[in-house]
Write a protein that binds this ligand. Structure first.
Ligand SMILES: *Cc1c(COP(=O)(O)O)cnc(C)c1O
Length: 373
């Protein structure tokens, strides 16, 4: 089979979504599936919807187009503030977008009016992560401006955590965020349909959240796709961590002896990794590199150690001689590695329609060398 490739087990993604949806339902919180790490892959999106997500969210218009092209009919939200230059497309293809700038909202409104539509606006509030967001003190005036603009409707408010500054949501922050929703409604008489509390970093808070919280939506990517808490990196109980597997092929396998003193380029300038090489262990080269994934986000197979990587080569030291030429090797990816590999044109995406998936998740996803390709 073609290599390198990502094998995607849809049943595990569906299971992860359903598990989270079931946990959040008693708290009145819906799940919006975020597909940006898989570039809006339609089969993955379908598995997330089959698992009970109420809608999808994307950060890029190209990914929205991929979702629509794949037949999605659910609401799709643009969760990165739209570019002014893409206002027309965002208003045409997304029912809702998350916004922080009035000038952009005015463009979205104008585009919506031209096509006889009303575009939903969720206002992103700055709650401490210091990435996107309107300062809470400015939110009320901002909300009034949106309400006074024809072509857009104020659909709700949102917050984001643990992305840039790594601010972790807690009960106090979330209560403050929740109160903002009630204040806007009280002052303007509008009803906020969506109070979107955050991303996968909010899951621990959400499953212990109290009835009085106004949060009724989370936008989840990493927890669904990889089954880990992005804050701690720890496996979330009951979720599969191995829905995605990266597979690469061995193209060289040799014992490399030190060729003796030779001039070496400045390691700092070339980003080289210095390797202790006097142990005479076999080394293998895999046909995958920085151009295909974030190599630092790959978990090395059992019995292998990372030596270094360039654009097209990944060099590993094998403790046994299992990595023969032509052999395929499996890797587990973190979020960064997954995101890069999913967007790399030379990495094939192979979908496995294995649902309904019934086996229980195992925390053990150690990699292994596969049979010769
Ligand atoms: C990426 C993103 C998400 C999803 O984050 P995960 O950690 O993958 O759950 C949610 N909201 C916004 C605004 C994002 O940019």
């Amino acid at each position: 089979m073609t290599a390198p490739r990502i094998e995607i087990e849809l049943g595990k993604i569906q299971h992860n979504t359903r598990h989270i949806v079931t946990q959040l339902r008693p708290h009145g919180i819906d799940v919006t599936g975020v597909t940006k790490a898989v570039c809006g892959h339609p089969a993955v999106a379908r598995a997330i919807l089959d698992g009970g997500a109420t809608g999808l969210a994307e950060a890029r218009i190209a990914n929205v187009a991929r979702l629509l092209g794949g037949g999605m009919t659910c609401p799709i939200a643009m969760i990165r503030s739209p570019m002014m230059s893409q206002a027309e497309q965002v208003s045409g293809q997304c029912v809702t977008s998350y916004n922080t700038e009035m000038d952009i909202i005015l463009c979205l409104a104008a585009a919506a009016r031209r096509s006889g539509k009303v575009h939903g606006v969720v206002l992103m509030v700055e709650m401490g992560d210091c990435r996107e967001g309107i300062m809470p003190a400015d939110l009320m005036a901002f909300a009034r401006d949106v309400l006074a603009t024809t072509g857009v409707s104020l659909k709700g408010i949102g917050a984001n955590f643990a992305c840039l500054r790594g601010s972790v949501p807690n009960a106090v922050t979330m209560a403050r965020f929740s109160a903002l929703a009630t204040e806007i409604e009280g002052a303007t008489g509008c009803t906020l349909e969506t109070v979107s509390g955050g991303n996968s970093a909010n899951l621990p808070w959400a499953i212990t959240s109290r009835k009085e919280s106004r949060v009724n939506d989370l936008r989840l990517g990493e927890a669904i796709l990889l089954g880990v808490d992005p804050v701690s990196g720890i496996h979330i109980d009951g979720l599969h961590t191995d829905a995605f597997t990266l597979i690469a092929e061995v193209i060289e396998s040799k014992l490399k002896t030190d060729p003796g003193p030779c001039p070496v380029a400045d390691p700092a300038r070339h980003g080289l990794r210095l390797v202790q090489d006097n142990d005479r262990l076999p080394r293998s080269i895999l046909a995958i590199g920085q151009q295909d994934t974030d190599v630092s986000g790959l978990e090395m197979p059992e019995g292998a150690a990372f030596v270094g990587a360039t654009s097209d080569h990944l060099v590993v030291r094998a403790l046994d001689s299992g990595m023969r030429v032509g052999c395929e090797v499996k890797f587990h990816m973190n979020y960064g590695a997954l995101m890069r590999a999913m967007s790399a044109p030379d990495v094939a995406k192979v979908v496995r329609h294995d649902w309904p998936f019934t086996s229980t998740p195992s925390p053990n996803h150690r990699n292994q060398c596969l049979e010769t390709a």
